[in-house]
Design a protein around this ligand. Sequence first.
Ligand code: UDP
Ligand code: CA
Length: 292
Amino acid sequence: ELETINVFSVATGHLYERFLKIMMLSVTQSTKNPVHFYLLDTYLSPGFREEATILSESLNCKVTFVSYKWPPWLRSQSTIQRRIWGYKILFLDVLFPQNLKKIIFVDADQVMREDIRELWEFDLQGEVYGYVPFCDSNADTLGFQFWREGYWKDLLGDKPYHISALYVVDLEKFRDRGVGDILRATYESLSRDPNSLSNLDQDLPNFVSNQVPIFSLPQSWLWCESWCSLETKVESKTIDLCNNPLKKEPKIDMARRIIKGELFEKSWEEMDEEVKARIGDGLVGRESHDEL
Ligand code: UDP
Ligand code: CA
């Protein structure tokens, strides 16, 4: 019997909800294993909840909406974006059922090309989580990698700065080692300075990596055009549509441009159409069922 793979993701707003449905499609269609999605309920629209449920029936996967009230004793964040970043990392010990052993966080704007099972079965060599180091093969954006010198370089030494678009969490070790408390305490003290943790969900695990070491996953497990060279796209196992510091291109244009061609069984537009068709069929099926 194949093991169920748990995937955590977050989304807010119509665009990211649309991306999230495509991520669900690409993850389930590239693996034979059953997949169980845990989606942060807090910022989802009612329409999305219904569509995701119908889509999950069509894709033969499970969806559970999870939530946790931001604790009053923990410094709050005034923008939804930063609250979402907080939810991505701060409450992994309390968001999910306590018997859940492992989960993989996947950004909503990702398209999976490889069987996620490979990532699921990675030996994290005793560490709590596995993250992919930032790509440094795109020379155009190297100058924007602020962690290569100064404060971050001093802090990290020879260790890489990791990207937070995808990560594997051993939830048992996360709970056993009290990593949630370490992260929340560090967050509480650093966020006193509003200029600190500007990329909250990413800076925080990197900042505590001396205390909670990160297992570095292979580079091919996170390709994004902004930081990785075009030559390495062929090896990519998952593609994130991460923002490019050099050009302001709408993510939807990025999706249409990057996710197409010979590397893909289906282009982004084809996947977008497929999601709509599956939800449409599911709705029709429900209505005819109601009439009986
Ligand atoms: N996100 C969201 N709505 C937003 C911004 C971000 O739902 O308006 C979530 C979504 O899951 C997204 C993740 O936060 O994939 C990270 O943001 P984004 O992908 O925009 O960051 P980037 O990869 O460009 O650094
Ligand atoms: Ca992203």
